[in-house]
Design a protein around this ligand. Structure first.
Ligand SMILES: Nc1ncnc2c1ncn2[C@@H]1O[C@H](COP(=O)(O)OP(=O)(O)OP(=O)(O)O)[C@@H](O)[C@H]1O
Length: 339
């Protein structure tokens, strides 16, 4: 099979009671971007490092185009790496950092100085930093550094790019913008990539498919819409942000099913926003537990009979006190079903 193959990969650290990666099998097709998503300590980085060749395998195999790379040293795998902190060379300027990436490739622009500088300019333009060649690394913002790290890693046209939480040191709004830009760059260059993150939104923004890991095991791998609409288990659903579960046969499910239409699974999973606080006669009611404000809207913790505590959305500025009973409209698009 072309692309990256993981076959029952096991990573075990000396002295650890359980393996960090415990029999993970996955395939990443050429040109595909796969996110490894999971809580801290679930083994995402260990798996990525095993693919890179930075950690030895305790079991299983890593293949590229069907051939094992287990005995191929890190620098001969043709895989690029981007880390959380970019790891730029501070004694080189931006252009020097990107040109370093070129020198590790075996491609034709290596031969001429003008070919090299043209390629550096092209890569900087690709990552949104046209004209930055002579800037000192120390003068760059965190987001700019990560863009340079990406350009440097893409310079030798790696057959696989491995990104370990490349955006997690940045603040939220910058992270959201860069996630979109990162996907655009990976798609524009047709780069096959594996992207590690603990942030669901980021995984969904960057990847074609998302692999959810917990305790070193693969729980589910699917496209973002499939994963969101059909989480394979409560564990996956909880990790994606579903916060309440109602069996389909439960009386409390009736108004929910009226909003979603018939569903095939046996349990409904409710995400934040499955209820919207609405005045007037509504299908459901809840008792306010508390109110917080986030990103220009109010989030109201409400206790809904038969469902439990959930986060309902409300217009910003609206005021309630704990104990108030509020009407709730149901948004079927925030309700998934599982077996
Ligand atoms: N070098 C190491 N030596 C021993 N144990 C390690 C080492 N690196 C990681 N571990 C352990 O392996 C498990 C998986 O760690 P890993 O860093 O792969 O998880 P992660 O999902 O990437 O976490 P995070 O999001 O916090 O980086 C953890 O229990 C961790 O403590």
């Amino acid at each position: 099979m072309n692309g990256l193959g993981l076959h029952d990969v096991v990573v075990r650290y000396p002295g650890a009671t359980a393996p960090a990666v415990d029999g993970v099998s996955l395939h990443v097709a050429p040109g595909e971007v796969l996110a490894l998503l999971g809580p801290s300590g679930c083994g995402k980085s260990s798996l990525l490092r095993a693919v890179a060749g930075l950690e030895p395998l305790a079991g299983g195999a890593v293949t590229w185009d069907g051939a094992s790379v287990v005995d191929v040293p890190v620098h001969r795998r043709g895989f690029g790496l981007v880390f959380q902190d970019g790891q730029l060379f501070t004694h080189r300027d931006v252009g020097g950092n990107v040109a370093y990436g070129l020198s590790s490739g075996g491609l034709s622009w290596r031969s001429s100085a003008s070919g090299r500088s043209h390629r550096v300019a092209e890569l900087l333009e690709l990552v949104g930093l046209a004209g930055y060649e002579r800037r000192e690394v120390a003068t760059l913002s965190g987001g700019e550094r990560q863009r340079v790290a990406l350009a440097r890693a893409l310079a030798p046209a790696p057959r696989l790019l491995l990104l370990d939480e490349p955006l997690s040191a940045l603040d939220r709004s910058l992270r959201e913008r860069l996630a979109v830009d990162l996907r655009a760059v990976l798609v524009a260059t047709g780069t096959t990539a594996v992207f590690v993150t603990h942030d669901q939104d980021e995984a969904f923004a960057v990847a074609d498919r998302v692999a959810v890991l917990a305790d070193g095991r693969l729980l589910q791998v699917d496209t973002p819409p499939e994963l969101w609409l059909r989480p394979a288990s409560r564990e996956v659903a909880r990790f994606l942000g579903y916060e309440a579960f109602v069996p389909v046969g439960d009386p409390a499910a009736a108004p929910l099913l009226a909003a979603t239409g018939p569903r095939s699974g046996s349990v409904l999973a409710l995400a934040e926003g499955a209820f919207v606080v609405t005045p007037g006669d509504t299908a459901a009611k809840g008792t306010v537990l508390g109110v917080t404000s986030r990103r220009g809207r109010s989030e109201v913790r409400v206790d809904v009979p038969g469902v439990g505590p959930v986060t309902a959305l409300a217009p910003v500025g609206a005021r309630w006190d704990a104990g108030d009973v509020v009407g709730l409209r149901i948004d079927g698009s925030a309700i998934a079903s599982l077996d």
